[in-house]
Design a protein around this ligand. Structure first.
Ligand SMILES: Nc1ncnc2c1ncn2[C@@H]1O[C@H](COP(=O)(O)OP(=O)(O)OP(=O)(O)O)[C@@H](O)[C@H]1O
Length: 262
């Protein structure tokens, strides 16, 4: 039986008098991998912030891993959530080694001191690095890595603690074609594994949706246009409505591409 990881009930977010998210109902279970799409300013990052227990709704209720935001100590919840975003990557010191930047993810959870790093953590960190195509990078400085390598370190950090929910905010943004395909391939392998947690990935491009992803949430101006399995929620029609121009979606072997038809 799948268990519910995220549940949004009639969730709205209002900031400075403007409604950023409007009456969102959304449920994510642990066997689902979601892509969240929508135009700039649609509210995608705001939605992800609530899923990360980093923000409360203005009205409605959000349950994360069975706990209601506002009624739970978020510091207990956050260790169970892996979150990779460019904003978080900016906090990684440029001179920190790749191994340390992945290890510190575990320490920030356990609160252990550097001296108490355990062999088991290092072994796990090295395994996670190789899973994300970063073998041989352990001693490199984070700041010396390419964009593609840095993105993979961000994800390695996020999965280091074996989270029950993995949130990815535009993981392929700014990558060249080769680096994007490498990342999407790795994400696809991860998403397909039974052992992987629920995943929610915000993206601007259907081309960045890995195989193994199952569901789409389309947002426009703070409202849900479509939400559900790809077959019903990710179509030419739903994309056309979401982006406000005629779009044709094609799918081949579990990968998508989209273009405007005028
Ligand atoms: N603290 C805030 N105060 C006022 N408006 C805000 C605040 N935070 C976000 N917004 C506005 O809310 C809207 C949604 O922002 P959000 O970052 O969630 O959108 P997004 O879909 O992630 O956009 P993008 O694709 O550009 O990253 C935007 O119009 C943004 O300007």
């Amino acid at each position: 039986m799948a268990s519910t990881v995220l549940q949004f009930d009639d969730v709205s977010v209002v900031r400075d008098g403007s409604t950023i998210l409007d009456s969102i109902d959304w449920t994510v279970t642990d066997d689902q991998r979601w892509a969240v799409l929508g135009p700039n300013g649609a509210g995608k990052t705001t939605l992800l912030q609530m899923a990360a227990a980093a923000m409360h709704p203005s009205s409605g209720t959000v349950h994360v891993l069975g706990e209601q935001l506002g009624k739970v100590d978020v510091f207990e919840l956050r260790p169970m959530i892996g979150f990779a975003s460019t904003t978080m990557a900016r906090r990684i010191p440029a001179n920190e080694t790749v191994l340390d930047s992945v290890l510190t993810a575990a320490y920030s959870v356990t609160g252990r001191w550097r001296e108490e790093y355990e062999t088991i953590d290092e072994r796990r960190a090295n395994r996670v690095l190789s899973e994300w195509g970063l073998e041989g990078f352990a001693d490199r400085r984070f700041g010396s890595l390419s964009d593609g390598e840095q993105k993979r370190v961000q994800i390695a950090r996020a999965v280091m603690t074996d989270p029950e929910l993995l949130l990815l905010d535009e993981p392929a943004a700014s990558l060249d074609l080769g680096a994007r395909e490498e990342l999407v391939g790795l994400l696809g392998g991860y998403a397909a594994s039974q052992a992987s947690p629920a995943i929610v990935m915000v993206t601007h491009h259907v081309e960045e949706i890995p195989t193994g992803f199952t569901h789409a949430l389309l947002l426009a101006a703070g409202k849900i246009v479509a939400a559900g399995p790809f077959a019903e929620a990710l179509t030419s029609e739903t994309l056309t409505e979401t982006f406000g121009l005629p779009i044709e979606l094609t799918e081949q072997n579990g990968r998508f591409s989209a273009r405007a038809t005028r």
